[in-house]
Write a protein that binds this ligand. Structure first.
Ligand code: SAM
Ligand code: DTB
Ligand code: SF4
Length: 333
């Protein structure tokens, strides 16, 4: 097949955004003096967003623990011993009552996570009932259930699921240090199925796992060079959980974390960049710098999936001190 023919099969992106970043270019962004990097990120942020608005999502673990995958960061993997009891999939009504509470607490999106390698087809009826029920409450819906086939992605999309979260987690080069039970390509295939089914894509990763700056740059390159940028990009700072292989790792310098947020903002200018896991151990000042660097989404509520997150009152106080406003209902990106 000639190059011209390939060009007609995969049309170039038409969104006016760059999808051709090299790793060296992204490393150069990281390497700027901190003030210059933050200035560039803040300018980019203001081109597409209100710099004082932050989207709030609430997480719920609908199926906890006992996961067959070996992700070295994860307290829910059955390969490690973390004192986390494995539970069955929650009942639909119990999920809906948590969603009602999340809405009352100011969340515009409800994200449901399951400790699965992939959902089984027989689970999808209950999952779809959850999606429909949460949407009836007037909230956006997000699910993260592991790998999806094309057919599963289509079913979820038809049910009205707004977002699917599936992280690339790290760079392609570092990936095998962290997960051996599924490949990087598996992850990209799932993202393609989600996009092909017409859902919004939520995909990001974790930093602080012992990766190098080059890996952080490479991860952002993968995300920025997807045919369409994910609408939502969670940047998680590793939450170290005793019993997982990454517990006891050296902590990442917080300024390197803030740099990662800033670079994500620059290479993914129209995406919501989520200051995701790790806020519990961050100072207010560090979080303020993350917002300044272009983070405009957080998880709210005192629990992530299985680990603690700041109390709602603490977040409200921080938003007040910084003059930040939550999006009522998230603008459709
Ligand atoms: N099992 C599904 C999967 O892995 O695709 C969905 C749930 S999984 C817990 C969702 C994401 O949470 C992971 O991809 C990872 O990025 C993040 N995560 C899990 N444990 C974490 C930790 N200890 N610190 C930071 N992020 C974590
Ligand atoms: C994402 O990127 N981070 C969230 C969500 N997507 C599902 C999960 C963070 C989990 C942190 C560890 C825990 O609470 O189990
Ligand atoms: Fe399982 Fe997801 Fe945890 Fe990996 S990150 S062990 S797939 S729950």
């Amino acid at each position: 097949m000639s190059l011209a023919e390939i060009d007609t099969i995969v049309p170039p992106p038409t969104d006016g955004l760059r999808h051709d970043w090299s790793r060296d270019e992204i490393i150069a962004l990281f390497a700027q003096p901190f003030n210059n990097l933050l200035f560039q990120a803040q300018q980019t942020h203001r081109r597409f967003f209100d710099a004082n608005k932050v989207q709030k999502s609430r997480l719920l673990s609908i199926k906890t623990g006992g996961c067959p995958e070996d992700c070295k960061y994860c307290p829910q993997s059955s390969h490690y011993h973390t004192d986390l009891p494995a539970e069955k999939l929650m009942e639909v009504q119990a999920v809906l009552s948590e969603a009602r509470e999340a809405k009352d607490g100011g969340a515009s999106r409800f994200c449901m996570g399951a400790a699965w390698r992939n959902p089984k087809d027989r689970d999808l009826d209950a999952i779809i009932a959850m999606v429909k029920g949460v949407k009836e409450l007037g909230m956006e819906t997000c699910m993260t259930l592991g790998m999806l086939t094309k057919a599963q992605a289509n079913r979820l999309s038809e049910a009205g699921l707004d977002y699917y979260n599936h992280n690339v987690d790290t760079s392609e080069e570092f990936y095998e240090e962290i997960i051996t039970t599924r490949t990087y390509k598996d992850r990209l295939d799932t993202l393609e199925h989600v996009r092909g089914a017409g859902m919004n894509v939520c995909s990001g990763g974790i930093v602080g796992m012992g990766e190098a700056r080059e890996d952080r740059a490479s991860m952002l390159m993968t995300l920025a060079n997807l045919p369409e940028h994910p609408e939502s990009v969670p940047i998680n700072l590793l939450v170290q959980v005793d019993g997982t292989p990454l517990a006891g790792n050296d902590e990442l310098d917080i300024f390197e974390f803030i740099r990662t947020i800033a670079v994500a903002r620059i290479v993914l200018p129209k995406s919501f960049v989520r200051l995701s896991a790790g806020r519990e151990n961050m100072s207010d000042e560090a979080q303020a710098l993350c917002f300044m660097a272009g983070a405009n989404s957080i998880f709210c509520g005192e629990k992530l999936l299985t680990t603690p997150n700041p109390e709602v009152d603490a977040d409200d106080a921080l938003f007040d001190r910084l003059g930040l406003q939550p999006y009522e209902v998230c603008p459709s990106e």
